[in-house]
Design a protein. Structure first.
Length: 419
């Protein structure tokens, strides 16, 4: 009996082993099938991706000649394109005043204005990239003529020096930041009008606060890339084509005149061995770098105050009551006086910095532009309300319509923000 029991146990164990082997083979078969399905699916996805990439490359290949032709049109007809854009902008001012005062119509008009501004920004960016390449080539050609020595005073009076024009352009490493800040600047007033028309004048300040925070963040990045030096408005935004077209043409004509002229007053004297050595290094030079006057702790704090001031002002208005924002009551003076104190403190710190490291001409012009923006405080409540009351009593009634136009533009923050 025990022998038969042991035989039954052995058979049962044998059946279990065979069953385990069979299940293992089935599991391995399923895994192989799943892996095969995954491999086939990946191959299909790779094939679809390759087809999509090939289709995209084909589309880009077809668009590349159109893009090159469009850039050539923008560069070659820069004056015509700028005139067309200005005509489109000015045509928006021909809309009757009653239509403009309607919020919905005003928002649509500002949306059209912002769209034209974005197209103009694209054209400015295209021309800036072209100008950088053209001026780099002119700078290299001029280096073969003049070496690294100073150009004659007559050349600097009659023509634009390519290196000086290059220094007025945004550096390539900051180009994306300048494009982003310029895009926000083009759309900021439309965003305010849309928020005002959609959510009401009292609830638009959240949208304005977000816009100012984004602008401040971009300017802080520019300040970091500047190593704490003055943030030039011409370097933080994309410059317009207006003056740039004439300056590039003047630099081109100047280099051509020097190449063709035998007048010794336009050319450098006979080069020395040192000039040849300098020329060898200058001919391979890339874009000249903007040389800042330096930085200090006071200048960094001044730049941070200039960047943060609009955010602080909007935050104060956002948390204020409707009467305070309208310039009524003594509380309306709190945001006004605090931001004015910040502005004056920042400019005082910048002036203290100049005692240790004087600003160069470009930075001094930027500081002058910022000082001129202090005049916008005259258009802000509650100071404007007091001035308007005084002038309404001493000016003729026919001239008071001017105050009505000014008051219409004061309804929107970005008209008088100076940011």
């Amino acid at each position: 009996v025990s022998e038969r029991a042991r035989g039954g146990v052995r058979k049962e164990r044998k059946r279990e082993r065979e069953r385990d082997k069979r299940e293992t083979r089935e599991r391995e078969t399923r895994e192989r099938q799943e892996r095969g399905a995954q491999v086939r699916e990946r191959r299909c996805e790779d094939a679809r991706d390759r087809q999509a990439m090939e289709a995209m490359e084909a589309i880009l290949a077809r668009l590349r000649p159109l893009s090159a032709a469009y850039k050539s049109l923008v560069v070659g007809g820069a004056d015509v394109m700028a005139s067309t854009e200005n005509m489109m902008r000015y045509s928006l001012y021909l809309i009757p005043f009653q239509r403009v005062t309607d919020k919905a119509s005003e928002t649509v008009i500002e949306g059209a204005y912002a769209s034209i501004g974005l197209v103009s920004l694209l054209h400015d960016l295209v021309y800036v990239q072209h100008a950088r390449e053209a001026l780099r080539a002119l700078h290299s050609r001029l280096s073969h003529i003049a070496g690294q020595g100073e150009l004659t005073a007559q050349y600097r009076q009659e023509f634009e020096v390519p290196a000086e024009v290059l220094l007025s352009l945004p550096p390539e490493e900051k180009e994306m930041l300048s494009v982003g800040l310029s895009t926000i600047t083009c759309c900021e007033l439309f965003i305010e009008m849309y928020a005002s028309a959609t959510y009401g004048s009292d609830n638009k300040w959240q949208a304005i606060f977000v816009v100012e925070v984004i602008k401040a963040f971009v300017r802080v990045l520019v300040l970091i890339k500047n190593n704490g030096c003055v943030v030039l408005n011409s370097h933080a935004t994309v410059p317009g084509r207006g003056d740039l077209v004439g300056r590039v043409r003047a630099a081109t004509n100047g280099v051509k005149a020097i190449e063709k002229s035998d007048n010794p007053s336009l050319q450098k004297m006979r080069p020395t061995l040192l000039d040849h050595a300098r020329r060898a290094g200058l001919s391979t030079q890339t874009v000249p770098k903007y040389e800042s006057s330096g930085t200090s702790f006071m200048l960094i704090v001044s730049e941070l105050i200039n960047i943060v001031r609009p955010v602080f002002y909007v935050f104060c208005l956002m948390v204020s009551t409707r009467e305070t924002r309208a310039g009524k009551g003594w509380r309306a003076w709190i945001p006004f006086l605090l931001t004015l104190a910040l502005d004056l403190a920042g400019k005082r710190l910048a002036s203290l910095h100049t005692f240790t490291a004087p600003l160069n001409d470009t930075e001094d012009a930027e500081m002058g532009r910022r000082r001129s923006l202090l005049c916008l405080y005259l258009l802000r409540s509650p100071l404007f309300d007091i001035l308007a009351t005084v002038f309404s009593k001493i000016t003729p009634s026919k001239l008071q319509i001017i105050g009505g136009y000014i008051d219409t533009y004061r309804r929107y923050y970005f008209y008088t923000s100076g940011s």
